[in-house]
Design a protein around this ligand. Structure first.
Ligand code: ADP
Ligand code: MG
Length: 337
């Protein structure tokens, strides 16, 4: 007979490429930190995890490496992912010897092998057992969409590694697309553009700041945004240099990526039934994930699809909230095993 230990908690984890969030049933989001681990390059010993490790990116001496163990929405470095999850679970739960049941999300496009790896990693990291929820579904719940109703909803979750697009009705995903094009690719595009057009070498963290400060999904609307002074290394002299970069240039650097996201949205809409398409026209498309905050993105998606587009409240928290809310069903899932 199964005896449930007192204090066994159900928790939800949004294991994102950029950020990991932990939700405790009955409490809400208790932790939100970058998915980064700093290690001693020689011994493999972990030096720091989360925010502290993130601040080391691009600034580490030869003896330390800052690793982002998740890439394109899936586990790229298994052992480091386990170590990171273990640290976050312990930090979130505090002192407890009761292992939690964990609901963890994965992007909709992942393979069975990639899904299995997430379940295994979660168990090794300290879960009593692990269950999977599809990310766009969690995002839609977290954004407050009526996912169980007989009406079509559409959610576009733009994270660091993937953009997940899905239409949902009656508790299930009707059509979906997951492309490995999102926030990280935008940063890479900014780095490449600034290098090519300004002869300036900048790092990932600087590119991220540029994107947040002056980034725009619309080149036309970028004309109203101020320039930004960017510091980096001059490719010609090899010395530090500050350059004034225009928002129009930054918008141009990410044009192709924005267009890939729009294509994914259009294709998902085209694949859905006319009834659901009609529902989506009525209720609009909801954007979640950190990428939803990119300036003018909602407008350009709306212009391209002729459908109203809204940004969810607290877009960075939606997947974690949805994963947490789905913990209500975890007892039913346990019995099915
Ligand atoms: P993931 O689920 O993959 O961990 P998140 O939903 O946490 O990703 O979103 C992280 C992404 O959102 C990063 O690529 C980050 O650069 C981007 N982001 C965060 N804030 C903004 C902003 N204000 N404008 C544009 N992009 C942003
Ligand atoms: Mg995410």
């Amino acid at each position: 007979m199964a005896v449930f230990k007192m204090g066994t908690k159900n928790i939800g984890i949004d294991l994102g490429t950029a950020n990991t969030l932990v939700y405790i049933d009955g409490e809400g989001i208790v932790l939100s930190e970058p998915s980064v681990v700093a290690k001693n390059s020689r011994t493999g010993e972990i030096i720091s995890v989360g925010s502290e490790a993130r601040d080391m990116i691009g600034r580490t001496p030869a003896s330390i490496t800052a690793i982002r163990p998740m890439k394109d929405g899936v586990i790229a470095d298994y052992d480091t992912t386990v170590a990171m999850m273990q640290y976050f679970i312990e930090k979130a739960l505090g002192d407890t010897n009761a292992k939690p049941y964990v609901m963890v999300c994965v992007p909709s496009g992942v393979t069975e092998v990639e899904k299995r790896a997430v379940i295994d990693a979660t168990r090794v990291a300290g879960a009593r057992d692990a269950y999977i929820i599809e990310e766009p579904f969690a995002a839609a719940i977290g954004a407050g969409l009526p996912v169980m109703d007989p009406t079509g909803s559409m959610v576009v979750d733009i994270g660091g590694g993937t953009t997940d697009v899905a239409t949902i009705s009656l508790g299930g995903i009707v059509s979906s697309r997951s492309i490995r094009t999102a926030g990280d690719r935008i940063n890479d595009a900014i780095i490449a553009y600034v290098r090519q057009h300004y002869n300036l070498l900048i790092g990932e963290r600087t590119a991220e700041q540029v994107k947040i400060n002056i980034g725009s999904a619309s080149v036309a609307k970028a004309k109203d945004i101020k320039n930004m002074a960017i510091r980096g290394r001059d490719l010609v002299t090899g010395l530090p240099k500050t350059v004034d970069v225009t928002a129009v240039d930054i918008a141009k650097s990410m044009e192709d990526i924005v267009s890939d996201i729009i294509t994914a949205v259009k294709e998902t809409l085209e694949e859905t039934s006319p009834e659901i398409a009609a529902d989506v026209i009525d209720h609009g498309i909801v954007l979640t994930g950190g990428g939803a905050l990119l300036r003018n993105l909602a407008e350009v998606i709306s212009d391209a699809t002729k459908v109203p587009v809204f940004i969810a409240q607290d877009p960075l928290d939606c997947v974690a909230i949805g994963t947490g809310e789905s913990l209500k069903n975890i007892d039913a899932m346990k019995k099915h095993k």
